[in-house]
Design a protein around this ligand. Structure first.
Ligand code: CA
Length: 233
C-alpha cells in the first residue's frame, strides 16, 4: 500500500465516463492506492467534503459543470494535489495550470504515464527537504513543518506547486536558480525545457507575495538564466 503515516492514499477520480473511471480505479488499486469515483461536479464537491482525498484526478468534460469551473471552485477552498486529465487540446493546459492544477495529462494516456505523474506529484509534496523548520526572507516567512507561508504575518494561500517553488527559491536565497533546475526540483525530470509552465506559476506566485507583481523584489528574473530570491529584501 502507498501510504502517508500508515494510511493508504485515497485518490478521487472525477470522471463521468463510467468505463474510464473504472479503468482508472482498477489501475490505481493495482499500484496500491485507494480510490473514489465522482461522476459529476456535484458529486465531486460532496465527496471532497466528506472523504478529504489526498489527490484528485479531474476530467474537464463533466455533465453538470465545466471542469475548469470546478477546478476554480476546488482551488478557492483547498490545495489538495490535483491533476487535470483532459481530452481537450493543449490550449487548455496553460489555463488549467493557471487555475492551480498541479499537473495536466492528455487522453489517451498510457497506464505507466498516469501512475508516473501521480507518484511524481505525491513525491514532490511529501519529500520536500524538512531539515529547516523556518525560513525567512524580508517579511516573507515559511513555516516548513506546517507548510505555511506568511507575508507580514498574514497567511498566503499557496497551491502545492507554488509552495514547492517558493520553498526551492528560499532555500537557495542569494543564488540564481536556473529555469531547468527549478523545473526539475518542482515538477520532476520530464519538464525540462517547459518554460511556459514555470512562467505561469512564477507569475501567480508574484501576484500573491509581491506588493507590485510587475516590479518584484522577492522573485527576481535573471534574464536568460533563471530566477533569484535575494538573501535580504
Ligand atoms: Ca468526460
Amino acid at each position: 500500500m502507498v501510504s502517508v503515516t500508515g494510511r493508504s492514499l485515497n485518490i478521487l477520480i472525477i470522471e463521468d465516463n463510467a468505463d474510464m473511471a473504472e479503468t482508472l480505479s482498477d489501475l490505481l488499486h493495482t499500484y496500491g492506492y485507494q480510490s473514489l469515483i465522482a461522476a459529476s461536479a456535484e458529486e465531486a464537491v460532496d465527496r471532497m467534503a466528506v472523504e478529504m482525498p489526498d489527490l484528485i484526478l479531474l476530467d474537464l468534460g463533466l455533465p453538470d459543470m465545466d471542469g475548469m469551473a470546478l477546478l476554480n471552485k476546488v482551488r478557492a477552498s483547498s490545495f489538495v494535489p490535483l491533476i487535470v486529465v483532459s481530452g481537450a487540446s493543449g490550449s487548455d493546459r496553460i489555463a488549467a495550470l493557471e487555475s492551480g492544477a498541479d499537473d495536466f495529462i492528455n487522453k489517451p494516456f498510457s497506464n505507466a504515464e498516469l501512475i508516473a505523474r501521480v507518484r511524481a506529484l505525491m513525491r514532490r509534496i511529501e519529500l520536500m527537504p524538512q531539515s529547516d523548520t523556518r525560513m525567512v526572507v524580508g517579511r516573507l516567512e515559511l513555516d516548513i513543518p506546517h507548510r505555511r507561508a506568511t507575508m507580514r504575518g498574514k497567511k498566503i494561500h499557496l497551491t502545492p506547486i507554488e509552495y514547492a517553488l517558493l520553498h526551492t527559491l528560499m532555500r537557495k536565497a542569494g543564488e540564481v536558480v536556473t529555469y531547468n533546475d527549478l523545473l526539475r526540483a518542482v515538477w520532476g525530470d520530464g519538464y525540462t525545457g517547459d518554460f511556459s509552465v514555470l512562467r505561469v506559476n512564477i507569475s501567480r506566485l508574484r501576484q500573491k507575495i509581491e506588493d507590485d507583481a510587475r516590479d518584484p523584489v522577492y522573485i527576481l528574473t535573471v534574464p536568460g538564466e533563471g530566477y533569484q530570491m535575494p538573501s535580504s529584501v
